[in-house]
Ligand binder design. Structure first.
Ligand code: AMP
Ligand code: GLY
Length: 424
C-alpha cells in the first residue's frame, strides 16, 4: 500500500513513524512534513490546506490510503473531495468536522444529546453577551466560535476581563471571523484529560488515555500553547471514568451526529474536565491530539493501518488494540518566544546521541533541513518521547534525553507528568 499523511507537525511524525512499521505499507509520503519525517517518508511540498494539490498528487501517485492530521483540511472538506474521486481517506467529513469547526454547534449537539458539559449561551451580539456576563458573574470562560489555532479560549476571573475578552473577539476581531460569534460558559474545576477514540460511525475503539499540558510554564502558569507535553496513561481516567466517557460522551455524540445527518467517521477527541470522577466535555476535536498522539502511539502495539482502514470500511467492531503496559511521556521543546513570536533557523544539537537511546524517540514538529543541518523552523520544535516501566521512570528517562538536546533559546517545561504522581 501507498500511504499519504497530510500535515507536518509532531502528531504527523508519530503517525508516519507508526504507519511505516506496517507490513502492509510499501511507501509513505507526507505533505508537507518536516526534517524528522523526511527520515521515514518521502516529503511532498504541498501545503496541508491545498486540497486540490493534494488530490492531484494522490490521484497521480495512486495513493491507497490518505491520513489527515490537522483540523483545517478536515473542516475545509478534504475527506468529501477525496471520497468523491473514489480515494480512501481517514478522517471526518466536512459536516462531521463542524464538531470542532464551530464551538456553538458542538455545544448545541451536547445539549440536544444530554452530553455532560459546562452550561453556556451563544452570542452574536456584543451588548447581549455583556449583559449575560453581568447577570452570571465570574469566573467564566469566553470562547471564539470558530477555529483559532487553540488560542480562542479566554478564562475570565472578573466581569471586566470578560468584557475585554468579548471586545477582543467581537470588536477587535483578534481571531478574525472565528470570533464573530462567541460561546460564554461556566468555569469548570477539576483535572483535565484527553480521550481519543477511533470510530466507523457505529463502533467506538478508544485509544489509551492521556493528559496534555497547555500552559507554557511549569505549574500551569503563563499563556496557553498548542501543548507543551503529554503522558499516557492518565491515572485520572480510572476504569469507572473510562466507562462513563464511552457511555455518556462518546456513544451519544457519535449516535447524535448520525441523527443530525452528519455520520461521523475517523477520530474523535474529547478534551475533558474530570471532577469527583465525573467527566465533562471542554471541547471536541475531530483529529488526533498534538502532542498526545506521540506518547499514545509509542504505547500502541501492532499495526495501526488495519484500524484506520476499518474506520473507513465500517468494520471497527471487530478490532481490538493491544497496549504496552509501560507508561510514556512526551516533553515538547520549543523555540525562544513561543507561544508568541519566536525565533527560527537555530541549529539543533544532540539529536544523533539521543537517536541511539533505547525506548526514546524524538518526534519532530517545527524543524527543517538547512545545509545538511537540522534547524528550528516552528514554535514547537521537538517532542522527545520515552517509555518507562511506570510514569516516574518514563519521566526520568525522557528528561535524560531532553537534556542532551540543545539550541540557542530552547525552552521546555520541567514538570511534564508530575500531576500523575499524586495518583500513584
Ligand atoms: P479548549 O480549547 O476549549 O479545550 O480550551 C483550552 C483550555 O481552556 C482547556 O484545556 C482548559 O484548560 C481551559 N478551559 C476551556 N473551557 C473551560 C471551562 N469551561 N472551564 C475551565 N477551563 C476551561
Ligand atoms: N493538545 C491539544 C490538542 O491537540 O488540541
Amino acid at each position: 500500500m501507498k500511504v499519504l499523511v497530510v500535515g507536518g507537525g509532531g502528531r504527523e511524525h508519530a503517525l508516519v513513524w507508526k504507519i511505516v512499521q506496517s507490513p502492509r505499507v510499501s511507501k509513505v509520503f507526507c505533505a508537507p512534513g518536516n526534517a524528522g519525517i523526511a527520515q521515514q517518508a518521502a516529503l511532498v511540498s504541498i501545503n496541508a490546506n491545498d486540497l486540490k494539490g493534494l488530490l492531484d498528487f494522490a490521484l497521480k501517485e495512486r495513493i491507497d490510503l490518505t491520513v489527515v492530521g490537522p483540523e483545517e483540511p478536515l473542516t475545509r472538506g478534504i475527506v468529501d473531495l477525496f471520497e468523491s474521486r473514489g480515494l480512501a481517506i481517514f478522517g471526518a467529513n466536512q459536516k462531521a468536522a463542524e464538531l470542532e469547526g464551530s464551538k456553538a454547534f458542538a455545544k448545541r449537539v451536547m445539549k440536544t444529546y444530554h452530553i455532560p458539559t459546562a452550561s453556556f449561551e451563544v452570542f452574536e451580539d456584543r451588548k447581549q453577551a455583556i449583559e449575560y456576563v453581568r447577570e452570571q458573574g465570574t469566573p467564566l470562560v469566553v470562547k471564539a466560535d470558530g477555529l483559532a489555532a487553540g488560542k480562542g479560549v479566554i478564562l475570565c476571573k472578573t466581569v471586566d476581563d470578560a468584557i475585554e475578552a468579548i471586545d477582543q473577539m467581537m470588536v477587535k476581531k483578534i481571531f478574525g471571523e472565528a470570533g464573530h460569534r462567541v460561546v460564554i460558559e461556566e468555569y469548570l474545576v477539576g483535572e483535565e484529560a484527553s480521550y481519543i477514540a477511533l470510530t466507523d460511525g457505529k463502533a467506538i475503539l478508544p485509544l489509551a488515555s492521556s493528559q496534555d499540558h497547555k500552559p507554557v510554564y511549569d505549574g500551569d502558569e503563563g499563556p496557553n500553547t498548542g501543548g507543551m507535553g503529554a503522558y499516557s496513561p492518565a491515572p485520572v481516567v480510572t476504569g469507572e471514568v473510562n466507562q462513563r466517557i464511552v457511555e455518556k460522551i462518546l456513544r451519544p455524540v457519535i449516535q447524535g451526529m448520525a441523527e443530525e445527518g452528519r455520520p461521523y467517521k475517523g477520530v474523535i477527541y474529547a478534551g475533558l474536565m474530570i471532577h469527583n470522577g465525573q467527566p465533562k466535555v471542554l471541547e471536541f476535536n475531530v483529529r488526533f491530539g498534538d502532542p498526545e498522539t506521540q506518547p499514545v502511539l509509542m504505547r500502541m502495539k501492532g499495526d495501526i493501518v488495519p484500524f484506520l482502514l476499518a474506520c473507513i470500511e465500517g468494520t471497527l467492531s471487530q478490532c481490538r488494540i493491544e497496549w504496552d503496559d509501560r507508561a510514556s511521556v512526551c516533553v515538547v521543546m520549543a523555540s525562544k518566544g513561543y507561544p508568541g513570536n519566536y525565533e527560527k533557523g537555530k541549529i539543533i544539537k544532540g539529536l544523533d546521541e539521543v537517536s541511539r537511546l533505547e525506548d526514546i524517540f524524538v518526534f519532530h514538529a517545527g524543524t527543517a533541513l538547512m545545509d545538511g543541518q537540522t534547524v528550528t523552523s516552528g514554535g514547537r520544535v521537538l517532542g522527545v518521547t520515552g517509555l518507562g516501566e511506570n510514569i516516574p521512570k518514563a519521566i526520568e528517562r525522557t528528561y535524560q534525553a531532553v537534556q542532551k538536546i540543545s539550541w540557542e533559546g530552547v525552552h521546555y517545561r520541567k514538570d511534564i507528568g508530575k500531576k500523575a504522581l499524586c495518583w500513584l
